[in-house]
Write a protein that binds this ligand. Structure first.
Ligand SMILES: [Zn+2]
Length: 379
């Protein structure tokens, strides 16, 4: 599963935080190297290697800008439809926009999903025109334009594969949704198609590795199978996400929190904490409060950071994560947005705070238990 973590902040465009996933560096280097070593020397022979590197790097950067434009198109259209976009993470195969919620109507989803591929097609068309005008006149620019024309069309076509969660899968779902009126069922079908497309890619990849048809190399097969694996994974994990969203819809933080979360005072020592609370309660997470006011939280990791011989001399408040560095939830906050908040910050627990009082705790396992119990009761 592709995690949203392991990404670098690039800065904000139109109020949207852009993040760069580390896999992007791998693809950037691969693209630049293959352009500079293979594509440009072949398309525009007899020049110095330095020129090829410059052309390769510029072309890679323009490819990157094309992907950003594709994602911006999604985001701007979704904003027009009243759905703000928090952040966009750029991955190896494009980007993932972190929209704050799903579209409420199939028409809005259709427009949001189609905007990206449409943008890629337009950019591809512009590079096609550039290629037409520079061909035979300014050869290096023509070679650059030709590659960017092809890659942008390829990005559009790849994203239009009708498997969820690709853009094409979203377009497909919005159409199903429009004609059946059933959001959940439409999502299930689009996800199944997405998994099917993933398995087809894997199968085709394996066949290529063993049979090598049409002069394809084993490397093409491995690459295809890898894309298939990625698609299957993305479909499955987005389905789990949709199930969660569906189950949590309509609940507030105060309804899913536990209010028996362990509370410890700030001035006890670590050894008192370990003896008096940690070993006996079995909890691995504590809220440090002073007369009901939250001062910080304490996890097993915090405790382990102190060597055992210092446990007698170290107070809890010295090693806790203080409240000003803490993510907190509000009691009437949407349970789903709390989950998203935990996912975004890669944390497993979040205190629920009303004013400056802690009233409960939401942990990931609580949410899972909450949902499981409800489904066992058939609710
Ligand atoms: Zn897209």
């Amino acid at each position: 599963m592709v995690k949203m973590g392991s990404a670098f902040n690039l800065g904000k465009v139109f109020g949207i935080q852009f993040r760069l996933h580390y896999t992007w560096f791998i693809i950037f280097v691969l693209v630049t190297v293959s352009l500079s070593w293979q594509y440009f020397p072949f398309a525009y022979p007899g020049r110095g290697q330095l020129l090829y590197w410059v052309l390769g790097t510029v072309t890679s950067l323009l490819f990157f800008a094309s992907v950003v434009a594709h994602e911006l198109a999604h985001s701007l259209v979704s904003r027009i439809n009243g759905i703000p976009v928090r952040s966009i993470t750029l991955f190896i195969f494009g980007g993932v926009a972190q929209i704050t919620r799903e579209a409420a109507r199939p028409g809005a989803e259709l427009r949001m999903a189609a905007a990206g591929p449409a943008c890629s097609l337009v950019i591809g068309g512009l590079f096609y025109l550039l290629w037409l005008f520079t061909r035979g006149v300014i050869e290096p620019i023509a070679a650059l334009a030709e590659w960017l024309f092809i890659i942008n069309i390829a990005v559009a076509v790849f994203n239009l594969i009708p498997g969820f969660p690709l853009d094409g899968g979203r377009v497909f779902r919005s159409l199903l949704w429009h004609f059946t009126g059933n959001y959940k069922r439409s999502t299930q079908i689009a996800v199944r198609v997405g998994q099917g497309v993933g398995y087809l890619f894997i199968l085709a990849g394996i066949l290529i590795v063993f049979l090598r048809p049409f002069g394809l190399s084993w490397f093409n097969g491995v690459w295809l199978a890898f894309i298939g694996w990625f698609l299957e994974n993305a479909a499955s994990s987005s389905y789990r996400q949709v199930q969660w969203q569906d189950a949590l819809r309509g609940f507030s933080a105060s309804q899913v929190m536990t209010s028996d979360s362990p509370v410890v005072p700030p001035n006890i020592t670590v050894s008192e904490l370990v003896q008096g609370y940690l070993l006996t309660s079995g909890h691995h997470f504590f809220m440090v409060t002073n007369e009901g006011r939250l001062e910080g939280i304490l996890t097993l990791e915090n405790i382990k950071s102190v060597p055992q011989q210092s446990w007698n001399m170290t107070q809890v408040k010295e090693i806790m994560t203080p409240v000003d560095k803490l993510k907190v939830a509000h009691p009437d906050q949407d349970a789903l947005s709390v989950l998203e908040q935990m996912e975004e910050n890669a944390i497993n627990q979040i205190p629920v705070v009303s004013g400056d009082r802690v009233i409960g705790l939401i942990a990931r396992d609580n949410l899972i238990r909450f949902l499981r119990t409800r489904s066992e009761l058939g609710m």
